[in-house]
Design a protein around this ligand. Structure first.
Ligand SMILES: NC(=O)c1ccc[n+]([C@@H]2O[C@H](COP(=O)([O-])OP(=O)(O)OC[C@H]3O[C@@H](n4cnc5c(N)ncnc54)[C@H](O)[C@@H]3O)[C@@H](O)[C@H]2O)c1
Ligand SMILES: [Zn+2]
Ligand SMILES: [Zn+2]
Length: 398
């Protein structure tokens, strides 16, 4: 089959690889009909290279049709239309029963000290073959698949794999008071969807980015938008709009690819020049993060407010402004989204044919797998109006 594979920094290719096969009795195989490209894939493309293996299949936002089921795949049937969560989880361990599926005790990657295994996400998360491919092996198939009805186009349901529950969790964890306000940093797919959800819940949203079409989408939905290019200081700007206080909550939907921190960028360049065998162990210790978004979040949130980190961070020794965090009496929540925890909350909005979250128009680019190298590049450089790319593995090259 065809699959999008990692070959080095900013080098993804479309390779012919063996079809996946059932390996465990509770596996299933799906034929992928749509598969998202995520901001998290950009970390692998750019920063997390030391943890990747040449030829690893990328992607973790799939939906499709069940092709084959193992004898212990529960009530899953060949022909079912399903969306798969980006994390692999069993549904019956203690963590899963607490709604903490990204901490699943059956699939935790203990040799790396990380949580649940993820599709297509480096050695840190189990090196499980990813979903930007024609077929996907689904472990834990007695629990993983989210069955969705026939009828609406894939895009109505596809984002249940990641974007929707991630954005939903970011808003839930932000703990925005009734009639309260939230600052959303970053208007990629995650920040954009978080904006839509917070607005639907009646919150005041101030949203920040520097990409004009991303700002325009959030503004069209009713957010107050601020372009990074037009202000000197996010905290000052936010305080000027909130009686000098700051917003009740902040969602950091940027993570470690933040722009605006030149010193860290230099560290990153030095780091990238080191031999790979040195960098993997170093990265966990030294920290190469670009921290500008989280620093803005800490500055712009009001005293006693909540910061919800949904953008991904890695590394250990970046200095955190502990005095400010303590003195402002802040609360922090963070982590990978527990997809299955939020499906029942989100599903009614997807079954509503008025499509209140605008899922059907959410993707800006639908492309064949063959176009992956250019799609990754355009998404990273934010060229050609690229906000959300969806691969259509069944489609021939354009
Ligand atoms: N926690 C989870 O479960 C989960 C799931 C999916 C994605 N993510 C993470 O969420 C983050 C966003 O993902 P995405 O798909 O929206 O990616 P993206 O890269 O498209 O979006 C990031 C946006 O942040 C903007 N930005 C950069 N620096 C900024 C700054 N200093 N201030 C404000 N905005 C800034 C960029 O212009 C871009 O629009 C990534 O870190 C991704 O890994 C987390
Ligand atoms: Zn993702
Ligand atoms: Zn579990």
């Amino acid at each position: 089959m065809k699959a999008v594979t990692w070959h080095g920094k900013r080098d993804v290719r479309v390779d012919e690889v063996p079809d996946p096969v059932i390996q465990q009795p509770n596996d299933a195989i799906i034929r992928v009909t749509s598969s998202g490209l995520c901001g998290s894939d950009l970390h692998l493309y750019e920063t997390l290279g030391p943890f990747m293996g040449e030829g690893d299949i990328l992607g973790h936002e799939p939906m499709g049709v069940v092709e084959e089921v193992g004898p212990e795949a529960g009530d899953l049937k060949v022909g079912d239309r399903v969306v798969l969560p980006f994390q692999i989880c069993c549904g019956h361990c203690w963590m899963c029963t607490q709604g903490l599926h990204t901490q699943c005790e059956t699939t935790q990657v203990r040799d790396q000290g990380t949580g649940a295994a993820l599709f297509g996400f480096s050695k840190l998360y189990g090196e499980v073959p990813g979903a930007q491919a024609e077929f996907l092996r689904v472990p834990q198939a007695q629990f993983m698949p989210i069955k969705v009805p026939e009828g609406p186009v894939d895009e109505r349901f596809l984002f249940l794999s990641d974007v929707l529950p991630t954005a939903w969790q970011s808003v839930a964890y932000a703990d925005i008071p009734d009639d309260g306000s939230v600052l959303i940093l970053g208007l990629g797919p995650i920040g954009d969807m978080a904006t839509r959800i917070a607005l639907l819940q009646g919150k005041r949203v101030i949203a920040v980015d520097n990409v004009p079409e991303r700002l325009a989408r959030a503004q069209a939905r009713g957010a107050e938008v601020v372009s990074l290019d037009e202000i000197d200081d996010i905290g000052e700007e936010v305080r000027s709009r909130t009686k000098g206080r700051g917003t009740d909550s902040v969602i950091d939907a940027v993570g470690m690819e933040a722009s605006g921190s030149p010193v860290a960028e230099m560290g990153q360049k030095i780091f990238n020049a080191l031999p790979k065998r040195l960098t993997a162990p170093l990265m966990n210790v030294v920290g190469v993060d670009r921290m500008s978004a989280i620093y803005s979040a800490i500055d712009a949130v009001r005293r006693g407010g909540t910061v919800s980190l949904i953008g991904v961070y890695g590394g250990a020794s970046d200095p955190m402004p502990m005095l400010t965090m303590f003195d402002k009496q802040l609360q922090f929540r963070m982590g990978q989204a527990n997809v299955k925890r939020w499906v029942d909350d989100i599903m009614p909005l997807l079954l509503d044919d008025s499509d209140p979250l605008g899922t059907e128009q959410f993707a800006t680019h639908q492309v064949s797998l063959d176009q992956a190298p250019s799609a990754y590049e355009k998404f990273q450089k934010k060229e050609d109006g690229t906000i959300k790319v969806v691969f259509k593995p069944g489609q021939p090259a354009a």
